[in-house]
Design a protein around this ligand. Structure first.
Ligand code: SF4
Ligand code: SF4
Length: 110
């Protein structure tokens, strides 16, 4: 079986934290532990006058890519609950190929 991963197109991330909460509930994690953390970066102004202000979700070492769910052909719960539809689960190679198509994405593997 090919390696799997998560691709997050964070330019569309609203910072709603649904992925964080869904992951915590799915895995029964305590309040201070996370399988994914949504980091707010900025706001600060860049030399060209534009603004750095992004929500950038970062999976942690407690992310197992929702192995129990994907074994049942279900999507990872973070992907399922992301209303912005900016998270994708799939073959790592295929996801990596998508990195070139759009800026401001992060790719996660185990
Ligand atoms: S894939 Fe599953 S374990 Fe990983 S961050 Fe998403 S919800 Fe958490
Ligand atoms: S659920 Fe989607 S939109 Fe909400 S914080 Fe997570 S990645 Fe961003």
């Amino acid at each position: 079986m090919s390696a799997k991963g998560l691709l997050i197109d964070y330019q569309w991330c609203t910072g709603c934290h649904s992925c964080e909460v869904a992951c915590q509930m799915e895995h029964g994690l305590p309040p201070d532990q996370h399988g994914i953390v949504v980091n707010q970066v900025g706001p600060w102004q860049l030399p060209d006058g534009s603004w750095q202000f992004d929500n950038i979700p970062s999976p942690t070492r407690q992310c197992d890519l929702c192995a129990a769910r994907t074994a049942k052909a279900e999507l990872p719960t973070c992907v399922h609950h992301c209303q912005a539809k900016c998270m994708r689960y799939g073959d790592l190679e295929e996801l990596a190929a998508n990195l070139a198509t759009s800026p401001h994405q992060v790719l996660f593997s185990l």
